[in-house]
Design a binder for this molecule. Structure first.
Ligand SMILES: Cc1cc2nc3c(=O)[nH]c(=O)nc-3n(C[C@H](O)[C@H](O)[C@H](O)COP(=O)(O)O)c2cc1C
Length: 180
């Protein structure tokens, strides 16, 4: 059993939901998992592995998260890590650019489609999003919210990270396949 930190940066809350789903998958493998919003006080040293998730707004992951991860680069490099990016376009290049800026090469990465939460946007954001969504071919009816996340893909990502990071450890019986 490992202590794992799942750290997330969210604006409208959807990345937090994905972080909770990742944590549930890791817990089902017997790990102790804390799920925390990314903040300057985050202490990575108390954990054996770290999963980080962040959403994209206006083409970028949050600069505050980038700075936090940079500050903790040595701790990240010393333990198994995974990063997932949440957006409407689910573009790999945003994720790769962010990791280059941080200087981190996690063992596992994924891009997940996020959500359109019109009910949470103020008037200006609704206008911006309607324009963006029209361009990208997503749903423009602002009378309801939309969720595009493939939850099975989130589970596969979490399982693969758990297997890859801990399967060869002596205390990882919960992770062994029935055959192994
Ligand atoms: C103001 C705003 C700007 C956004 N900009 C982008 C963008 O540049 N590219 C993209 O793919 N998705 C963009 N999105 C979509 C978000 O990444 C998506 O809604 C995601 O689910 C938000 O996650 P969160 O609730 O964890 O913040 C934007 C959303 C909002 C509200």
């Amino acid at each position: 059993m490992a202590r794992i930190l799942v750290l997330y940066a969210t604006i409208e809350g959807h990345t937090a939901r994905i972080a909770e789903r990742v944590a549930a998958a890791l817990r089902s493998h017997g790990h102790r998992v804390d799920v925390l919003p990314a903040c300057a006080e985050a202490d990575l040293l108390g954990y054996e592995a770290v999963v980080v998730g962040a959403s994209i707004h206006y083409g970028h992951h949050p600069a505050s998260l980038r700075d936090l991860l940079r500050k903790n680069r040595a701790a990240l490099a010393a333990r198994p890590g995974a990063f997932f990016s949440v957006s409407l376009s689910a573009k790999e290049r945003y994720l790769q650019r962010f990791l280059r800026q941080v200087g981190w090469q996690p063992q596992a990465t994924a891009t997940f489609a996020g959500a359109l939460q019109y009910s949470k946007y103020g008037p200006l954001k609704r206008l911006v999003m309607r324009a963006f969504v029209t361009l990208t071919g997503r749903d423009t009816d602002m009378s309801r919210d939309y969720e595009y996340t493939d939850w099975d893909a989130v589970d596969r990502f979490s399982e693969a990270f758990a297997r890859r990071s801990f399967a060869d450890r002596p205390d990882s019986r919960a992770l062994s396949s029935p055959a192994g």
